[in-house]
Design a protein around this ligand. Structure first.
Ligand code: ATP
Ligand code: MG
Length: 607
């Protein structure tokens, strides 16, 4: 019998286990994992995005952590543990005290000194290595922790999936040379593949944006799921990226010597792109082909919240057949956070005529441009989609109510303050590497690996003596796994309308053993079976409650989600017990053989 994985069995008795199952979904829960983890008594909400852990929840969490820990240790990672409560100074040194903006929990001690609850720990790891190491001979080193993080997320949601307190495995690699960082990164990539495979979570590795972290190469491990907040793209040729990281292929500039001069036209009642295109085709037809939405330049007004608290109004120009994707803008302009402009924002810039904004009214920051009544007003920063290359011809707003300008040529009639990846990515768009049309899907970000490079080491003075006796700035990698998020993603991927249905290797117990009826012989036989299973290394959740109906017990078994359900009841009179997988067919087994047979099945499930 392959019982190698069965080592430490135990028996949890429902009569004394600290759990209360609920029949009703918690009011605030939207996704299945959140509802079921609360209903099954794994977690309880303490505050928005903050949860208390009950015994069953902790057992699952410990198993996930054990898998993560084993794979990190296997690549040479050494476990350490940092406080969550940290002083301001290291984060000040790297600029993140400010850059993190409202996502950072900041607090003061009694002496009015600034502290924070760490959202991630690059600074502390770098300082620890700086404290203790001084030579290239000490490197490479990989350090990790499994630890609680704090982020004051704007939208905590889906229970553990986006919490404000959550457990992350974070590791950091330290190397002298770039090639060393490449090796450390690759080791993590492989460790993550093993972790998610062992957890039984589907994953896709996608190119990612490094965002506020800086650094160069970065990839995410996304678990495909309809409830995921990330959108990713894939091409037939193997390109895969978070939609935030998709770089638009830039078309060749077009000669515009022969382009007609720009002309302003009356376009009454054209509040939408569709109405504008219809009117253009009716009144100003093109000789070569009809106008389409892609010929219009849509100028969208956004407000950027900068980490220092300032609010900047910017205009983003995209082809009119595409929406602005705020998550792409956010990734592109991080750490600034974009949002839709308010009426107050518009009021500050009278040259922005809602619905009829054109590039002519925009311009470089700090400069003055002509307002609607000929007065001077401050210019608004204008960022363009990369497709708007010199020579492209556009219909766009004329900065006057009910009027548009036609044949406005980029590079001839207007310029911008730069480009921005603001436009949505659509199915069928070409992959940036030429590997075919993109398809889109949603996923949950389970892990993220970064080549940070020397930014943090530089800011914190982390140097070692290299082979030539010269000071060399260390290059770092940073690698995270969302541990509590993984638990929720597993619940999300493994449930039905009755409850949770854990894979055996993360289930709080392997077997849910139910004793039914009032017969003392039944309870004696069930208790003996529980002990026998435990002795064989099986973890048993034994429902020994004397006065609870079989119906309630079965419902609880299905809600709690152990992979095997064993019933000792009426059949015992004929020497039989029932065994069935959480979502499968029941089978009758002779009671004398039950322990060995069930242990064998558990071993198979764990293999
Ligand atoms: P997201 O884009 O989902 O906000 P992130 O990119 O900010 O995540 P990282 O800084 O890369 O997150 O953190 C590493 C890992 O920690 C993520 O891949 C994710 O699995 C997990 N994680 C991040 N934020 C949360 C959160 N609020 N709740 C639970 N897990 C989280
Ligand atoms: Mg990330």
């Amino acid at each position: 019998m392959s019982s190698a994985r069965l080592s430490q069995g135990d028996v949890l008795r429902m009569s004394s286990l600290f759990v209360r199952t609920l029949r009703e979904d918690p009011a605030e829960a939207e996704v299945a994992s959140h509802k079921l983890l609360v209903r099954a008594g794994y977690i309880r909400r303490a505050a928005p995005g903050i949860y208390s852990w009950l015994p069953l929840g902790l057992r699952v969490l410990a198993k996930i952590e054990a898998i993560v820990r084993e794979e990190m240790t296997a690549i040479g990672g050494q476990e350490v543990h940092f406080p969550a409560l940290l002083p301001r100074e290291p984060y000040e040194a790297t600029g993140r005290w400010e850059e993190y903006g409202p996502n950072l929990f900041r607090l003061k001690d009694r002496k009015e000194a600034d502290y924070l609850l760490a959202p991630t720990h690059e600074e502390m790891f770098a300082l620890l290595v700086k404290d203790l190491y001084s030579s290239y001979k000490d490197l490479p080193v990989i350090l990790f922790q499994i630890q609680t993080k704090y982020r004051d997320e704007a939208r905590p949601r889906a229970g553990l999936i986006r919490g404000r307190e959550f457990v992350m495995k974070d590791s950091y690699s330290f190397d002298v040379r770039d090639e060393g960082l490449e090796v450390s990164y690759q080791k993590h990539r492989e460790a993550y593949e093993k972790i998610f495979t062992r957890l039984g979570l589907d994953y896709v590795i996608v190119s990612a944006m490094s965002g506020a972290m800086g650094g160069s190469r970065s990839e995410e491990f996304l678990s495909p799921s309809a409830i995921g907040e990330d959108t990713f793209v894939r091409s037939p040729g193997g390109y895969a990226a978070n939609v935030e990281a998709v770089v638009t292929p830039v078309p060749e500039a077009i000669p515009y010597d022969d382009a007609p001069a720009a002309h302003v036209e009356d376009t009454p009642d054209t509040p939408t792109i569709a109405t504008l295109v219809d009117l253009a085709n009716e009144k100003f037809p093109r000789p070569d082909r009809p106008w389409t939405a892609a010929d219009t330049l849509k100028n969208v007004v956004l407000a950027l919240r900068h980490p220092d608290g300032t609010r900047e109004v910017v205009v983003v120009g995209v082809p009119g057949d595409r929406e602005v994707d705020l998550k792409r803008v956010e990734a592109a302009l991080s750490p600034a956070e974009p949002e839709a402009a308010t009426d107050e924002d518009f009021a500050r810039f009278p040259q922005l005529v809602k619905g009829y904004i054109g590039p002519q009214a925009l311009g470089p920051q700090g400069e003055q441009v002509e307002g609607p009544d000929g007065e001077k007003v401050p210019a608004v920063r204008y960022l363009l989609d990369p497709r708007v290359v010199p020579g492209t011809r556009w219909i766009t707003g004329a900065n006057e109510q009910g009027r548009h300008v036609f044949d406005l040529v980029a590079g001839r009639d207007f310029t911008s303050d730069g480009t921005v990846e603001a436009a949505e990515v659509r199915p069928g768009d070409p992959a940036p590497d030429g590997s075919g049309p993109l398809e889109l899907a949603r996923g949950i970000e389970m892990g993220h690996i970064f080549q940070l490079g020397r930014k943090y080491a530089e800011a914190l003075g982390l140097q070692v003596l290299d082979e030539n006796g010269k000071q060399a700035v260390v290059t770092m990698g940073s690698y995270g796994v969302g541990v509590t998020r993984a638990l929720a993603a597993l619940a999300e991927a493994n449930h039905d309308d009755k409850g949770l249905a854990w894979p055996a290797h993360v289930a709080p117990a392997h077997v849910h053993l139910v004793a039914t009826g009032k017969d003392a012989a039944v309870f004696d036989a069930a208790a003996a079976l529980a002990d026998d299973l435990a002795a064989r290394g099986v973890e048993v959740l034994y429902d020994d409650r004397p006065k609870v109906s079989p119906g309630v017990k079965f419902k609880d078994a299905e809600l709690l989600g152990a992979p095997l359900i064993v019933v000792v009841g009426k059949g015992l009179a004929d020497g039989l017990v029932e065994v069935r997988p959480r979502a499968g067919e029941a089978e009758q087994l002779p009671v004398a053989e039950a322990a060995a047979a069930v242990a064998e099945r558990v071993a198979t499930l764990l293999a």
